[in-house]
Structures are given as C-alpha cells and as structure tokens.
Ligand binder design. Structure first.
Ligand SMILES: [Zn+2]
Ligand SMILES: [Zn+2]
Length: 158
C-alpha cells in the first residue's frame, strides 16, 4: 500500500462580524480566518503542524487584512475653526488683488460682525499693507497696482 502524505495550507473560519473595510471605504461584513499548515494523509488534513495566525477578509472585496484592521477608523478631516477657514479664504482673495475694504465687506456680507471682519482682514493681510494714493483702497504688499483705479501703490507707513 502506498501512503500519500504531505502538508497543505488550510483556512478555517473562526468568526464573522462587521468592520470598516479600507478598500471598500465603507462598513462591510468580514470573515475571520485562521491559516495553518496541516499534515495530510491521502490529502485529508489530519493535524495542524504550523499556525500562521489569523486574518480578516472582507466579504465584499475579499481583501485580506491583519486583525488590527478591526480597530481601523476612517480618517476624519481635521476640523478647521470657522475663523481660520475664513482667514485662509480672505488671504487668498487679498493675494489675488482684492482691496482690504472689499474683503471686509465680503465677510460682513457672510454675516460676520463689523469689528470681527475688520480684525480677520487685518490679521489675514499681515504687515506691510499698501494704500492706493488715488482712491485709498488698501492692499497686501504683494499687490503692485490698485485693482480699483489702476494707480501704483505705496507702502502704508505706521
Ligand atoms: Zn472590502
Ligand atoms: Zn486706487
């Protein structure tokens, strides 16, 4: 009689549940599996000779993950405080040549209080604000010409 013996990898299902699948980017069902190498006799697994540990498999996309995936939380965009967000947006407008007065008005239009709008624009503009000698519009120092009347700008002193 010829005895056919060997080894073979085998996955055993040891549990199921729900998790956030990073690949599907949503909540999915998973199967928790254990992988082992088994000693086989006539192709029938008899005894586990090596344990390769457990893994998690998404039931939808079949991607395999380490167990730590169960702790995985989808990345949440950092919350930027409203005023910081406004300041960034205003700075972009100022760099593009919008006068400080207009930027302030824009904030007021968005429902920001006068004083708060003034402060936000002043902080966003930073030092070296330039004033148009012809019309009095104020700009950040990167702006060379008044976008309102076309006059060359002078650096505001004080
Ligand atoms: Zn998936
Ligand atoms: Zn001007």
């Amino acid at each position: 009689m010829i005895i056919i013996a060997g080894t073979r990898g085998r996955e055993t299902e040891i549990g199921t549940g729900a998790f956030y699948c990073p690949r599907c980017q949503t909540e999915r069902g998973y199967v928790r599996k254990r992988v082992g190498t088994y000693f086989t006799l006539f192709f029938i697994p008899i005894v586990r000779v090596k344990d390769h540990g457990e893994f998690i498999e998404c039931q939808t996309c079949h991607q395999k993950y380490e167990l730590t995936v169960l702790d995985y939380q989808p990345a949440v965009a950092p919350v930027i405080p409203e005023m910081d967000r406004l300041r960034v947006s205003i700075r972009r407008d100022l760099d593009a040549g919008m006068p400080l007065q207009m930027a302030q008005q824009k904030l007021v239009n968005e429902g920001i209080h006068d004083n708060s709008a003034d402060h936000t624009v002043t902080v966003a503009a930073g030092a070296g604000v330039r004033t148009c000698p012809a019309c009095g519009m104020r700009y950040v120092r990167t702006v060379e010409r008044c976008t309102s009347c076309g006059a060359g700008l002078v650096t505001h002193v004080g």
